[in-house]
Design a protein around this ligand. Sequence first.
Ligand code: GTP
Ligand code: MG
Length: 475
Amino acid sequence: MSQSPPERPLAVLVGVQLPNVSDTDHAADLAELGRLVHTLGYEVVATVTQRRDGIAAGTVLGTGKLEELARLTGGRGTVPSGARAHKSKARERWEAEAQEAAEAAAEATPEPPPEAEADEADDATEVEEAGEEHAGPRPTVVVVDHELTPSQLSNLERATGAQVLDRTGVIVDIFHRHARSREARMQVEIARLNYLAPRMRESTGSRERQQGRGSGDSAMELDRRRIRDRLAELRAGLATIQQDQENRRYARRDQLRVALVGYTNAGKSSLMRALTGSEVLVADQLFATLDTTVRALKPETRPRILVSDTVGFIQKLPHDLVASFRSTLDEALEASLLLYVVDASDPTWPAQLEVTRSVLREIGAQGVPSLLLFNKADRLSSEEREALLQQHPEARVLSAHSPDDVAALRQGILEFFERAMIEADLVIPYARQGRISEVYEHARVLSESFDENGRTLRIRALPAAIARLTHAFGT
Ligand SMILES: Nc1nc2c(ncn2[C@@H]2O[C@H](COP(=O)(O)OP(=O)(O)OP(=O)(O)O)[C@@H](O)[C@H]2O)c(=O)[nH]1
Ligand SMILES: [Mg+2]
């Protein structure tokens, strides 16, 4: 078997092309899976695909393809009937993590793994031929581009001798590694336990059956109960944090808010940095951002405009993750303007935009005014830019790296709010002068005059802010 483990574990991708999926879509799907796997820290060395009418119930792939896959990983290529195979070391470690997750306190920050950043240097790993003789290390991980049932997963592991992950597992793991704030970590842990629990149950059961132990059910029961308890604890903790957040959002409710939304890696954080001068993380990896950051647009405006950077979307985003990141997305729901960021240099952008739109529809944000931004335009030819504008005359074509483009976008945001704001007179009784800063926070003061009733301010603000201020200062 393999000698010293390589720096980056090697992985093989597996995809089944179903009849309703075009060649281009299939290739794009696998390319995206490859990027996910790379972000997770693996080196993709081969891809095995097969056209089939459906995913094979037992092993995903048909017999021949399964053998081909097993030749790469050094497995037998068949699922031994009856006898249960023992688990790979990698898999045991992975499952143990679920246990740890059940035990770990939510505060414990996971150590960030060595990740895919600017690592063209290790792209030199040679692609292994599916030949008989293996000189280099073999792939130890097989990543399947479909959601697997627990039994498909264990069958594939037995046939390949490698650890098997499915697309959801990969995404859940990336989220797990990238989550930084306490809230994001708790959300991810919930999704992860939900994902791991049924898979762990099956394999724990198999091991016990294999060893012929009678105590299996009670041990399993114990694990299950522990996970259930941990989930309850997490949900309660999360509810408290979310209440705090809701209060904070409530305090910001009349402020001028813009949210950057879009597919992962589209350039949301880059635009956030450029628009607000903040130091949010920008990285060429999927799901670099999991926490919402809110910062004021710079140079500051009166009233201030707040910009939020949000978690990115991806196709086939596991449902649990959508649910757990809902509160993050509520930021988007409360914005007055959504900036849909699209990586125009990615040929699959139309599909990515559709995913963004559908997730936002799902959370009920379809009614929020929006601006479509074709980002990374520096990678496009002028013809391509023109074509985009022809197709979407309402959109802006820009690059987060161009200060001029960012300044123009800022101007566009200001104009949007200028159009949305209205003017009104606000009378502030002398007894309430102490709270005048609230007015400045939510409105632009155009002029002021004094009489026996108090101070009268001519203000410009969003209609909701005017309504609330009038109510707050009303006599
Ligand atoms: N050439 C070019 N690259 C860009 C542009 N905007 C962003 N990038 C690069 O695209 C990659 C992803 O950018 P991010 O800003 O982290 O993207 P994001 O949308 O926040 O991604 P997630 O947080 O992972 O969802 C980084 O390597 C950026 O440097 C652009 O306008 N032009
Ligand atoms: Mg980001």
